[in-house]
Design a binder for this molecule. Structure first.
Ligand code: 5GP
Ligand code: MN
Length: 343
């Protein structure tokens, strides 16, 4: 569903002309779209004469650190005091690449307490009616694509430059798996065409994100595929799971598991993939699917989560083993829906 608040452009433009304490917040465990869309917006607001600050709830992988403006990002988990001071003084807080404040973990309480104007720019199905302005479209490829639409709506395309284009391209490219999913809309490619006019080096950006893994991450991937993959052919489902101990064995760093959940979908006949990772207080689960199997519905109904149709996530407070047992026991209930999608 597409939703844009009434008079969005006029009112946001006016607000931007009378405020200068602007914060951009993105979701925990930021990925390339979270950082690309946030920094695209950050660099744009800088050019508009603002003094914006991007705050992330926690750290993110080194292969995203090249993006222009990255060195000015404040990581709440490392610099709580500064982050809280800035949020307390904020006049506007942008929510980028998320719309439910549960997705910003420990930042949630400070953001909810703030009296600032809240503006969502996001591509997840929308449930939040507690904000002031919304630019949301769950058919958009990425939040980065919508940040570009934000520039268009504000009639400020002339401010876009190479630096901004790099950030937006990185977000769109990564959230579509290099244009392999979420990217059937001509609009996505029109925007990419606009970005390429800034002479950004597309191949270099792809390489910075995909050819920049640590050897630990690469070996962990090998281990997952060889030792940790379980296939349930009758349910067209495959899972990968990792315990804390296994993560330690591979010197796990935040982001090292990015993309692992997608691999099982490359197996013939598999339409649903789940990836379980043991955390300190719970088990985090990622879901992916092909076709119309609604992983967000599955996540909402069973794992207190949500997200997009084909990419979602959730959590479990059961033990690691019980979480997986529970997941497997749920599959028969969804057999019809899973069967329908098998190609
Ligand atoms: P990932 O598997 O990459 O962590 O998350 C994929 C997508 O699932 C995210 O973009 C987000 O939409 C959604 N998601 C992941 N975890 C959660 C969660 O705990 N709650 C909700 N509502 N959505 C989640
Ligand atoms: Mn995204």
């Amino acid at each position: 569903m597409k939703y844009i608040s009434d008079n969005f452009a006029e009112e946001v433009n006016k607000l931007l002309s009378i405020t200068n304490k602007i914060v951009i917040v993105t979701h925990a465990n930021p990925d390339a779209d979270a950082i690309g869309s946030s920094l695209g917006l950050y660099n744009f607001l800088l050019k508009k004469g603002q003094n914006p600050v991007v705050i992330t709830p926690n750290s993110y992988p080194e292969f995203l650190w090249w993006m222009p403006g990255n060195k000015n990002i404040i990581n709440f988990s490392e610099d709580k005091k500064t982050a809280v001071e800035i949020i307390d003084k904020a006049q506007i807080i942008f929510y980028v690449d998320f719309n439910e404040t549960t997705r910003i973990d420990k930042l949630e309480k400070y953001v909810n307490k703030s009296n600032s104007i809240k503006i969502i720019i996001d591509h997840h199905p929308l449930f939040n009616d507690k904000v002031d302005y919304t630019l949301s479209n769950d058919s958009a490829s990425s939040a980065a694509e919508l940040v570009f639409e934000f520039f268009v709506l504000l009639n400020n395309l002339s401010l876009v430059d190479e630096e901004i284009a790099k950030c937006i391209f990185a977000g769109i490219m990564a959230d579509t798996g290099c244009f392999s999913y979420n990217s059937s809309s001509p609009r996505t490619f029109e925007i990419v065409a606009e970005l390429l006019k800034f002479k950004i080096n597309k191949d270099e950006i792809v390489s910075k994100i995909y050819d920049n893994f640590s050897s630990d991450k690469f070996r962990l991937l090998g281990y997952c595929l060889n030792d940790k993959l379980t296939v349930y052919p009758e349910y067209h489902t495959a899972i990968i799971s990792l315990t804390k101990k296994e993560l330690e064995n591979f010197n796990f760093k935040q982001g090292d598991d990015d993309g692992f959940v997608n691999y099982p979908l490359s197996i013939k006949g598999i339409v649903f993939s789940a990836f379980f990772i043991e955390k300190d207080k719970n088990v985090k689960i990622s879901f992916r699917s092909k076709g119309s199997f609604a992983t967000n519905k599955f996540a909402r109904e069973n794992f207190n989560g949500g997200g997009h149709l084909n990419a979602s996530g959730g959590k479990s407070n059961l033990s690691f083993e019980k979480t997986i047992e529970n997941f497997v026991s749920l599959l028969p209930k969804y057999k019809n829906e899973l069967d329908e999608n098998e190609k």
